[in-house]
Design a protein around this ligand. Structure first.
Ligand code: HEM
Length: 202
């Protein structure tokens, strides 16, 4: 969740100030703590989350090989039952997204040994590379669809993770719901805005 917030904030800079976006991208992309510790921890966390979700889903299906005839009274909302589907959609998006941006970064920085962040004209390359990616309508549509699934996924995931640890309290639940709304509506809509902005403006 912290990653999503910081990733959103940095990407929002690409709309507000290309120069600031370039500076922050260069810092994040070359800082030892970010590259050597935070990024590996994040990648491990993402892979671990995917694997655990798939293992759980398989166990659930084994425990109940015949599907419920009616799921009306089995507890849980429609969203909670669809977590695996929204999760798989996000996983597919992540494969495309990492290929689009992260793999390219790894090749330039560690494959070609270019840590300067500059293009052949001697200017920062991050903003123009990001803009170039969002000139393709198909990619923009896939990204926006993925952000919609991200919203559905975080909507349920956020509230249920608090419930799992017993934090279901009349005083705190409204606040948790507000933060949940921020993550499930504001952040995904903001990501969609960034993608659309670069497609329409440039
Ligand atoms: C308009 C929306 C988005 C834009 C413009 C965007 C942009 C980027 C860029 C430029 C990078 C490369 C950073 C680098 O390594 O130097 C990146 C990496 C990454 N993005 Fe996104 N991103 C968006 C949405 C998302 C979403 C919604 C997620 C998660 C659900 C996500 C997850 C990641 C991850 C895990 C990485 C690799 C780790 C990292 O380098 O920080 N991104 N993204």
């Amino acid at each position: 969740m912290i990653f999503l917030l910081q990733h959103f904030s940095i990407n929002l800079l690409s709309v507000i100030s290309p120069a600031a976006f370039n500076e922050v991208s260069q810092f994040m992309g070359t800082n030892f703590l970010v590259q050597g510790l935070l990024q590996p921890v994040l990648m491990f966390g993402i892979i671990f989350h995917f694997i655990m979700a798939i293992v759980l889903e398989i166990q659930n299906r084994k425990a109940r090989p015949v599907k419920y005839f009616s799921t009306n009274n089995t507890g849980g909302t429609k969203l909670s039952k669809n977590m695996i589907y929204t999760g798989v959609a996000i996983m597919l998006f992540m494969l495309l997204h990492l290929y689009d941006f992260w793999v390219h970064e790894m090749i330039v920085k560690y494959g070609q040994g270019n840590m300067t962040g500059l293009n052949e004209r001697g200017e920062f390359r991050y903003h123009e590379e990001l803009v170039a990616k969002f000139q393709n309508l198909v990619r923009v549509v896939i990204y926006i669809a993925a952000f919609f699934f991200l919203g559905l996924h975080t909507n349920h995931g956020f509230q249920s993770s608090f419930q799992s640890v017993g934090a279901n309290h009349p005083k705190y639940t409204p606040l948790i719901k507000k933060i949940g709304f921020f993550y499930s509506v504001v952040i995904p809509a903001g990501f969609a805005f960034i993608a659309l902005y670069h497609f329409l403006i440039h």
